[in-house]
Design a protein around this ligand. Structure first.
Ligand code: NAD
Length: 483
């Protein structure tokens, strides 16, 4: 199957932090892939802007190396790479200084979409917005892209929102959660709202519970100092897992329109119950074959930050009251996998007499092997009576759709193209972010007040034993963490 590529209008994109890790690994290689796909027009211009004192040629060499390392299978097309590098500029700039701004303003062409990607520490967002305004770069066609973390609590998120709102309308602010750019995540909406099959069953009458898992095999590694100030709750739950929960739980929007979708997501966040302390399990990985312990990696033997969290969450609305959502995420786990599992209720009555508990289970896999599986109950083949077994109706996107079905388009490049097109559907609105923090803050405050200490779990395991008990108390079990 060949995907249709619709080129975007020519644009001027400025990447503040254009020499940083994110630009090198994701943003620039992603733009190159869009260029090769014909989506980024050759008369678009990309300007790296960062503190390093580099010439334009040096920046092009830097980008060439980044693409060789992270560009994927297209990185060998040297002709295309040379043409792409022609689109690049570089301006040394300090977000808090005066140098470089006039030069940057001079590069912005009239009549183009101007996009400014803030791939820098959030402490600089306000400064960048102010400088852009001072230099006349905040017209109605300009837009800004801001990276996570968007605050570390409600107060700081509000402050960031205020700093940006001083110069930009909400319609110009694109808060990135790269999970929303994943193919399967968008497919969640297509599956729910594009099929007759699922929506009538999508409620507490038919759904027993939902599990959302984002498991990583890596530890915090060199990011220990940063991560120790954040933890799994701030780093993963408040944004990525919350967004997945919203897409699963939200009411159908009246149309596929940015504000209609985001209004419905916001309603879900506002309907989340406060979480009881005994419905949360936090953990820290121990040392193992994979590397040192979490405490060693963050350099604090007494740290109370969690590298793992599992929780039971209720959504108090007409559709979901009584159906728990179990969320878990952690580092140094047994396998890398992100999965949403919808477990339907057992039949009220079986005409086949005593049988094991058979249930339909819809599993939506974000990574690896993006795809969906629907577990259905059938007769076990062969003679010997009517014995039932569960088999998966399997749909791997890569197999079903060829290479276009798998995540060849990285989330970042898809989202950047949406920025240029002016489509905010897959970006978080300011009130969504604030509502998510308003729900998260009391949970974190509770740990601090009580002095809760995370449980230690084995590296390479499925997490702390207490997480198993969290579901066992409800006579349920987690899905295996498996790739
Ligand atoms: P980095 O430290 O590798 O790069 C920071 C960039 O900011 C550099 O280009 C540096 O020159 C520039 N910079 C620093 N101070 C500046 C100043 N005063 N004026 C102008 N430029 C300045 O950081 P990174 O990993 O690329 O992350 C950038 C942002 O993206 C951060 O907010 C981070 O939290 C977020 N983020 C990164 C990743 C990732 O995978 N690296 C993932 C998600 C979010």
């Amino acid at each position: 199957m060949v995907s249709r590529v619709i080129p975007v209008e020519p644009f001027d994109l400025v990447i503040f932090g254009g020499t940083g890790d994110l630009a090198r690994r994701k943003i620039l290689p992603g733009l190159f892939r869009r260029f090769c796909a014909g989506q980024m027009p050759p008369d678009a211009a990309i300007t790296g802007a960062a503190r390093s004192d580099m010439s334009e040629d040096e920046y092009r060499d830097f980008v060439r190396d980044a693409i060789h390392e992270f560009g994927g299978e297209q990185n060998h097309d040297e002709d295309k790479l040379s043409a792409f590098l022609e689109c690049l500029h570089y301006v040394p700039i300090d977000a808090r200084g005066e140098n470089g701004w006039r030069e940057l303003a001079g590069l912005m062409r009239k009549g183009m979409v101007h996009a400014f990607y803030f791939s820098v520490a959030p402490g600089l967002f306000g400064d960048l917005a102010e400088r852009l305004n001072q230099h006349g770069l905040t017209d109605e066609d300009s837009r800004i892209v801001v990276e996570k973390p968007f605050g570390r609590d409600l107060a700081s998120a509000k402050e960031l929102n205020r700093d940006l709102a001083a110069y930009f309308d909400e319609g110009q602010i694109y808060r990135i959660d790269h999970y929303l750019g994943k193919e399967t995540v968008q497919n969640l909406m297509a599956v729910r709202f594009g099929n007759m099959l699922f929506e009538p069953l999508w409620n507490s009458q038919y759904v027993d519970h939902i599990q959302i898992t984002v498991a990583e095999t890596v530890g915090v590694g060199g990011r220990g100092e940063y991560y120790d100030k954040s933890g799994a709750m701030r780093d993963m739950v408040q944004n990525h897992l919350m967004q997945l929960l919203c897409l699963i739980a939200m009411e159908p929007p009246s149309k596929f329109d940015p504000d209609a979708v985001r209004d419905e997501k916001l309603k879900v966040i506002r309907a989340l119950d406060d979480v009881e302390p005994h419905h949360i399990v936090r953990g820290q990985y121990d040392a193992g074959d994979e590397g040192p312990s979490f405490r060693e990696e963050v350099g604090d033997p007494r740290t109370r930050t969690e590298s793992y969290i599992a929780m039971k969450v209720g959504v108090s609305n007409w559709r979901w009251a009584g159906t728990p959502f179990y969320l878990r995420t952690g580092k140094r786990l047994k396998a890398r996998c992100s999965e949403i599992v919808v477990v339907f209720k057992a039949l009220n009555h079986s005409i086949f007499g005593e049988q094991e508990d058979h249930r339909n289970v819809l599993s939506i896999r974000l990574q690896p092997n993006e795809g969906m599986t629907l577990g259905v109950t059938i007769k076990e083949p062969g003679p010997g009576g009517m014995r039932l077994i569960d088999v998966p109706l399997d749909m791997s996107f890569a197999e079903a759709l060829g290479k276009d079905g798998s995540d060849q388009t990285d989330a970042y490049e898809r989202l950047i193209m949406d920025v240029i097109r002016g489509n905010q559907t897959l970006f978080m609105r300011g009130d969504e972010v604030e509502a998510a923090w308003a729900w998260t803050d009391p949970i974190i405050d509770g740990w601090d007040t009580r002095g809760d200490v995370p449980k230690i779990y084995d590296s390479g395991s499925e997490g702390p034993v207490d997480a198993v008990q969290l579901l066992a108390r409800d006579t349920r079990v987690w899905r295996k963490v498996a790739s």
